[in-house]
Write a protein that binds this ligand. Structure first.
Ligand code: TXA
Ligand code: MG
Length: 350
């Protein structure tokens, strides 16, 4: 398949190119586009055949449901049984923005979108190209992250091109995404809002609206079954093997030095994912500075890009520093721990 590229200015999208891209969606094709979180791979959410193309292009397991993207509340009304009070609160405070809400679905939502679940995930992205594409198509757009299943989500056009060229109808090239991690997924169908996947809108943000906000037990207990099916898969995995080193920053740094030397002696190529605060301490070693510990949004924004950059450098091992697990740090550590597939080392002074 020849994959068409539309280069569109995110601040002032060109009408004619957007019209062409939305025609592809209307005709049942699949188009990758930028959002404020990561690039998505979009199709008409009401067309089963179009949706099946998304699963095929990504190599995505069919039991992993998709998020439906909307540009207005009227579209939500059609897709859900009812809009509970909790949802209105979240939508008013955070939409358009990086939070997805789980609703009980209406009959028009195809089973292939929800993987047979009685619920549907919906979000309104905060990105001009994404919103214009939805509006021009006059359709709700189903869109998972536009990466091959299992790979880190794409935060640049180049990432999408690398994974999906030849497999999809078109890619909208629209710059770097910003937040850098996928949206928060929150379930409001069971009374107390429950975070199924941490993301750009944090638990602390939601606690400004609700007296109680739960975390899905599966986020911290690997024996629990996650309510968000996507959370059970190995994810965000670069080709290299990832180790996360947690503890006090000075202990982390010492342990990374030791591991770096150990693996290097074995003839392996090692990369260190460091932060602005620690980068200089690893002198002479292959290091990427992923961001500033005092401004963790910068780490969120760069995380997936850093993982892919290590692959481009063909490292065998990535030694990644853990960061604090609060605020956006919860989402960062969720993705990083998943990319490490459980290889988490606690560094302690002994
Ligand atoms: O930021 C984002 O959310 C990006 C951009 C493109 O919008 N999209 C994204 O989609 O991350 P995806 O498919 O990579 O992740 C969707 C997540 C999966 O973990 C999936 O299991 C969960 O949402 N999900 C979808 N429908 C659900 C439902 N009905 N119940 C529980 N979890 C659901
Ligand atoms: Mg994904």
């Amino acid at each position: 398949m020849n994959t068409k590229i539309f280069k569109i200015n995110p601040d002032n999208p060109q009408e004619d190119k957007l019209a062409e891209a939305s025609e592809i969606i209307k005709k049942g094709g699949i188009v990758a586009f930028p959002t404020e979180t990561v690039y998505g791979l979009g199709a008409n959410a009401l067309n089963e055949n179009a949706v099946s193309k998304i699963f095929e292009a990504k190599g995505r397991p069919s039991d992993n449901p998709l998020i439906v993207h909307v540009a207005n509340i009227e579209q939500v009304e059609e897709l859900v049984e009812e809009i509970p009070q909790e949802a209105y609160k979240i939508m008013e405070s955070f939409w358009p923005g990086p939070i997805t809400i789980i609703f009980n679905k209406s009959k028009i939502v195809p089973d292939s979108i929800t993987a047979g679940l009685p619920t549907v995930a919906i979000r309104m992205p905060n990105h001009k190209i994404a919103l214009d594409l939805i509006n021009k198509s006059e359709l709700p757009i189903a869109a998972p992250s536009a990466n091959l299943s299992g790979k880190p989500s794409p935060t640049t056009f180049e990432h999408v091109k690398e994974d999906l060229t030849g497999k999809i109808d078109a890619i909208i090239e629209g710059g770097f995404t910003g937040v850098g991690l996928e949206s928060t997924v929150v379930d409001i169908t069971t009374g107390i809002p429950t975070i199924l996947r941490p993301g750009g809108i944090t638990r602390e943000d939601l606690l400004n609206l609700f007296s109680e906000v739960k975390m899905d037990p599966a986020l911290h207990d690997s024996s629990a079954i996650p309510k968000s099916p996507g959370q059970k898969y190995k994810h965000y995995s670069p080709n290299a093997k990832v180790y996360v080193i947690q503890g006090m920053v000075t202990d982390i740094q010492k342990r990374i030095e030791l591991l770096y030397n150990e693996y290097s002696l074995q003839g392996l190529k090692v990369g260190i994912m460091a932060t602005k605060q620690t980068e200089k301490l690893y002198e002479g070693k292959l290091t990427i500075n992923v961001g500033d510990r005092l401004n963790p949004e910068t780490i969120a924004s760069n995380l997936f890009k850093a993982l892919r950059n290590f692959d481009d450098m063909k490292v065998d091992i990535i030694l990644a520093e853990a960061i604090d697990d609060n605020g956006i740090g919860a989402a960062i550590m969720n993705r990083l721990n998943k990319s490490a597939g459980g290889n988490i080392i606690t560094a302690k002074e002994d």
